[in-house]
Design a protein around this ligand. Sequence first.
Ligand code: GLY
Ligand code: MN
Ligand code: MN
Length: 347
Amino acid sequence: MVLTSLLQSQNLDAIVVSTLVQIRYYTGFEGSNALLLATPKGNVLFTDPRYTTQAEQESNCPVTIAQGPLFKALATRLKSLKAKRIGFEDKKISYTLYRELTELGELIPLGDSIEKPRWVKTPQEISAIRASVELNSKALDLAMKRFKIGMKEMDLAAEIDHQMRKLGAEGNAFDTIVASGPHSALPHAHPRNERIEAGSYLLIDMGACLNGYMSDMTRTFGVGSVPRKAIRIYKAVLEAQLAAIDAVRPGKLAGQIHAAAVRVLKAHGLDQFFVHSTGHGLGLEIHEAPRLGKKETTPLETGMAITIEPGVYEAGFGGVRIEDTVLVTEKGVEVLTKTQKGWTIVG
Ligand code: GLY
Ligand code: MN
Ligand code: MN
């Protein structure tokens, strides 16, 4: 267990885990209010009376139901243990909790070490991500069956969300993006109360949350007949995406995957329109390490689930992004997203 080895290797008396996603990862508890205390004697989960039954069902460690602020209950326990060196999540902790903890002992920042185990997925996590990705693709297929030129961006987004829910998702991994025409040039556009007209792009970026695990996919379509330039840009982005996927294998540095995408876009004279990183890890959160950005030096490892999502965004014209969720495997890469991605006209 990672927390046990962290306690030992850093010579800690206790670790306080305060981010819910980390608590879920280490204990299984999915509630919205919790603190986790790890000590050499074992772990204790603190939550409030709303979660008495749920915590008993989900948590893999003993639970304390606090009558009042969780921190008070945790502090009482820490004091009774006479803990001196206390590890904490320096990258994520709230200032209030930090100040409260400083009164209890010497605080030891744990940096990435507490989050790192999540970068490489277990076989169970990979199955969960696979299922989330499949559901996401099905939801797009079903929603697009109802697409018609003239439909509003908001209505298509609602249709996508509806299909996801009907397929069993507990929610969205993030707010669904449906952007058409020049609006697609905003990488994180919000769906508008505007009609999707012929003659330009339709960009859809969507992700499901299934059993806690995220998926993430972007597809860009042509709506009706579009200028040749739109097709040319689309093909360049697809070439960049395929080159980046092809570069994925264990040992490659995250930045090298980004460089593979940039190289292709540069050859097409489009690299100045690529304004974000090539991808990111995902799992219990939609954006996790590693970040596939310029000069990022994290080596890829077998079992990492990442997105590959280059894009080109030309203000006033439109944007293309093509995004798959992929798995780093011993042999190289497996593309989990099966939705087709050749140039497709809809409507
Ligand atoms: N929709 C968020 C992302 O693609 O990273
Ligand atoms: Mn993404
Ligand atoms: Mn996305």
